[in-house]
Design a protein around this ligand. Structure first.
Ligand code: C5P
Length: 219
């Protein structure tokens, strides 16, 4: 009686952007608000899960019952995730991780002098792919923000990163995805697909977690 879909399940997720320092006062980042990840964390608690949320810098309140770990850079996010991965059964990578970081962070504020300057960037680790290739691999879910060929790119990513499920959204539609309060998702798994029609992120979060719980419990 009163049993919930994710009772007794531990869920780890990432949310928000990462910030890659240039010098002590500057950084490179993106427009991720963290809303989708925080909505997923709140919905997972409602469904009975124990939730750990690794978040980049965002302006959102920690949902009730969620353990939050704050990070700034992709490398910090990876460290936090890898320290938690073995104790969680489901992982959702919802963060908009910066693809590149500075090759070298300046120790002091960079002064303006030349008319042009160049900064060298190096690839960040892929946190999601790292989780998916871990020996104690949780049920691993990724996100894909695409502007075209959404289904094709999402299915490629599912295979390439060895995921159990991927949730793709079309970020070329201004009313959904980045920073918006609504979202629509195309969800793919090995041998299946479902469309979640445009709805508030809180509603989409419940629908996606219901799908995740179904597939996770079938394993
Ligand atoms: O390859 P792409 O960045 O489009 O993949 C998006 C998915 O991978 C998201 O789930 C995102 O959280 C995750 N990701 C990650 N680490 C990166 C890049 C992306 O975990 N360095």
């Amino acid at each position: 009686f009163g049993e919930k879909l994710l009772d007794g399940t531990s869920l780890l997720l990432t949310a928000g952007p990462t910030q890659e320092a240039i010098d002590p006062v500057r950084y490179i980042s993106n427009h991720s608000s963290g809303k989708m990840g925080f909505a997923l964390a709140a919905a997972a608690v409602e469904l009975g899960a124990t939730v750990t949320l690794v978040s980049g810098p965002v302006h959102l309140k920690t949902p009730q019952g969620v353990t939050r770990i704050n990070v700034e850079s992709a490398e910090q996010m990876q460290q936090a995730v890898m320290a938690e991965v073995e104790t969680h059964q489901i992982f959702i990578g919802c963060a908009a991780v910066a693809d590149y970081r500075l090759a070298k962070i300046a120790d002091s504020k960079i002064k303006k002098s030349q008319e042009q300057m160049t900064i060298e960037l190096v690839r960040n680790p892929d946190i999601l792919a790292g989780v998916a290739s871990h020996s104690a691999r949780p049920f691993t879910v990724g996100f894909a923000a695409e502007t075209n060929n959404v289904a094709q790119y999402a299915m490629d990513k599912l295979q390439r990163k060895n995921l159990d499920m991927i949730a793709a959204n079309d970020v070329s539609v201004a009313s959904q995805g980045f920073n918006a309060d609504h979202n629509a998702l195309s969800v793919f798994w090995q041998g299946g697909h479902q469309e979640l029609a445009t709805a508030p992120k809180t509603e989409i979060a419940k629908q996606l977690l219901t799908l995740i719980a179904e597939k996770y419990n079938q394993q």
